[in-house]
Design a protein around this ligand. Structure first.
Ligand code: MN
Length: 488
């Protein structure tokens, strides 16, 4: 079925639709590995976190880490997916220096989590449902190091055996932007759940991107898989490059070979790595060292009871409880911390004003300074204090922005900045009247023009009075006073 909302790509011979599915490997947040007690901490000295099980010494037996199972179930619940109370661990056989056992323990026909769905928020404010096909648990491999010795490669097994969740989406995505937005949303859900830190730079989340192109409405075409893409931006670039490459091949009369490709981020292009294995190449069979994994509904229910409010529910609540627009609410709930920050600023205050200050002023300054919220010099309480000064008339919106910039720069509180810089809004009638009188006296010609029937000049007079008071006059007071004097 052609999707009416799909963004089509124009080729030389007509339009094409790109079809994308993602297989995301997400490292389970857990102290210990999936089948051994070795640590999972990132950045340790090579081979310092390797148990005999991870190194595949003869006779070593894997023992399942119950916490990793819990994390997979928690993730499945967060993805609104079917939890399979019986699943099976299989051996996926292949030979590679960073895989000492010669096989990876994974799940094949019977994964721990079945079908689910993710609602993706697109930049234009619309949403798209993306089907999740499955989530299975498996071990990560080690790492080959090719840059430590001129003639030899080394192997670091610290990562070998770390638990991964492989989350496979349906081919429901129709553009590079959608693929990146899906990954962003999936990452947000995992981070809310606390089941993966989503740190793509450290490799805790990486995506295999399946791309094919077809004529709108035509059946699915052969796909290529782009391996291990490790940022949202690279996912987007890889899809853009790969879809154009495939269109060109097809328009030139060629055919797409099913293959695994690499994304070269320095060149922004994909290139062939190997022809894609079929599942039978791996000779999957149930791991004889592990019984099928079974748990009861009570185990699932216990985890379900601890689930936090997830981004979609939080967004819906922000819209209904605070009257925010969908887009603004989406920005605030994209991560857990900003959402909490916002709610503490909004508590007992105008929620729309609070949302505007958090998402525009605060995020803007943080962005400019290259800081994240945890490093913000302005706390939620501090921003709340500033909003209170707007409400009681001490500060105009404009002055408040200046005060905020100084708070951000110095880490001082709103009241302290106002006192120190004398930024208090002038609400003293006498001072305002004096300023108005001076503006009127200095601009006799304009006054005559205004009185002669040009009321649009009023705005100009407002501007002059504000300027004369250094922007500190309370505009709500200037307006009626100025009107009275000009008209009277
Ligand atoms: Mn995998």
């Amino acid at each position: 079925m052609s999707d009416p909302s799909a963004k089509l790509i124009k080729g030389n011979t007509g339009e094409w639709e790109v079809v994308i599915g993602l297989e995301v490997h997400a490292q389970v947040l857990s102290q210990a590995k999936l089948f051994s007690g070795a640590s999972t901490a990132f950045g340790a000295a090579p081979n310092s976190q390797v148990s005999l099980v991870d190194a595949a010494f003869p006779g070593m037996l894997p023992v399942i880490n119950a916490f990793c199972i819990e994390q997979a179930v928690r993730t499945g619940l967060g993805l609104k997916a079917k939890i399979n109370r019986r699943s099976v661990f299989d051996r996926k056989n292949y030979f590679y220096p960073d895989l000492p056992a010669g096989y990876q323990i994974s799940q094949y026909k019977h994964p721990i989590v079945g079908e689910g769905k993710v609602t993706v928020d697109l930049p234009d404010g619309t949403t798209r449902r993306v089907g999740i096909e499955r989530l299975h648990l498996e071990q990560d491999a080690g790492k080959s190091l090719h840059d430590q010795h001129p003639k030899q490669s080394y192997v670091d097994l610290n990562r070998a055996g770390v638990a991964l969740m492989e989350i496979v989406s349906r081919p429901d995505l129709r553009s590079a932007e959608e693929a990146a937005a899906y990954l962003r949303k999936l990452r947000a859900i995992l981070r809310y759940l606390g089941t993966c830190d989503g740190n793509m730079e450290e490799g805790s989340m990486r995506a295999d991107v399946n791309v094919s192109v077809r004529r709108p409405g035509a059946p699915l075409n052969t796909r290529c898989e782009i391996k291990n893409v490790n940022s949202m931006r690279f996912v987007q670039q890889a899809v853009e490059y790969e879809s154009r490459r495939q269109i060109q091949v097809l328009e030139d009369g060629g055919t797409i070979r099913q293959e695994t490709r690499l994304f070269d981020s320095s060149k922004g292009e994909t290139r062939s790595m190997r022809s894609k294995e079929e599942a039978h190449d791996y000779r999957y069979f149930p791991d004889p060292d592990l019984l099928p994994l079974e748990f009861d509904q009570a185990f699932v229910d216990r985890i379900a009871a601890t689930l936090p409010e997830l981004p979609d529910e939080k967004k819906a609540r922000f819209v209904s409880q605070y009257g925010l627009g969908a887009y603004e609410a989406g920005v605030l709930v994209a991560e857990r911390e900003p959402a909490e920050y916002y709610e503490s600023v909004a508590k007992g205050r105008d929620p729309k004003l609070a949302a505007n200050w958090v998402s525009v002023e605060l995020f803007g300054q943080l962005n400019k300074a290259g800081k994240d919220l945890a490093q913000s010099p302005v706390s939620a309480a501090g921003l709340g204090e500033l909003l209170d000064l707007i409400k009681d008339g001490t500060l105009s919106q404009r002055l408040a922005k200046d005060v905020f910039a100084l708070m951000f720069e110095t880490g001082k509180g709103a009241a302290a900045v106002v006192a120190e810089k004398g930024l208090k809004q002038v609400s003293d009638t006498g001072a305002i009247e004096a300023a108005i009188d001076k503006v009127i006296a200095d601009n006799a010609a304009k006054v005559a023009e205004y009185r002669g029937g040009k009321p649009t000049l009023f705005g100009w007079f407002m501007g002059q009075v504000m300027k004369a008071t250094g922007g500190k006059a309370n505009p709500g007071m200037v307006n009626p006073l100025l009107k009275k004097k000009l008209d009277g």
